[in-house]
Design a protein around this ligand. Sequence first.
Ligand SMILES: [Fe+2]
Length: 256
Amino acid sequence: MFNHFKSLFLNKKEDIPTEKLPIDLFLDLHSHLIPGIDDGVKTIEESMSILRQFEAIGYKKIITTPHIMQGVYENNPQIILQGKELVLKAIKAENLNLQFHAAAEYFLDARFLDLLEDGNLLTLDSNNHILVELSYMFKQNNYEHILLNISQTKYKPILAHPERYLYLFDKDLRTFRKIKELGVLFQLNMFSLLGTYGEKTRQIAENLIHAGLYDFVGTDIHKPKHFEYVKTAHDNMLLQKLLQSGKIRNHQFLEI
Ligand SMILES: [Fe+2]
């Protein structure tokens, strides 16, 4: 089904065959692959298990995004970049044909505003895109204020898995549309389409796809045993439809 995408990218003989991957699945921009610093992988062996599987199915670049959340995951650029070096060393030792970059998944709390003011955020690319998340549990009073603040800086926010914030859903998607009007881009977790986070999340994802509101797709993979979901999600008809819509921009991050 995706054969026509192949010719867009396969131009060097030494490239690994990409089977049927469309270009926007050459890159994953949401994962937790630095060992021991958040709720993702615990060991470098687990990191490598996931990275090997990404490479095997044709991914070219992985941007990992450890949580930064006050009082829960007290990470900072130094900790994350040190972890990135560790993983890069292992990638090199195994000679994996995979680019590896580290950014962060910033929880939008009051402390985030201090980090924003410092202007030293870890970005997904050289155009200052940052990955941000909200609470799953409750609607934060100040989230619009924080998003508005971001839009007044050099940073461009990408909201991780909007479909998982059930409280933002209304029939006409008014709240989601209002957030997008603040200059926020949306990233779908591909596992959401499988019902992995529940039926309601799956339905919201479906609604957001039909409304054309997603800009990026990611795995948000935390554990090696979840990699089977990546492969299942690739075969999901809605994901395929979304990737063929021309709205998804993962390919923009292939070059940093
Ligand atoms: Fe995440």
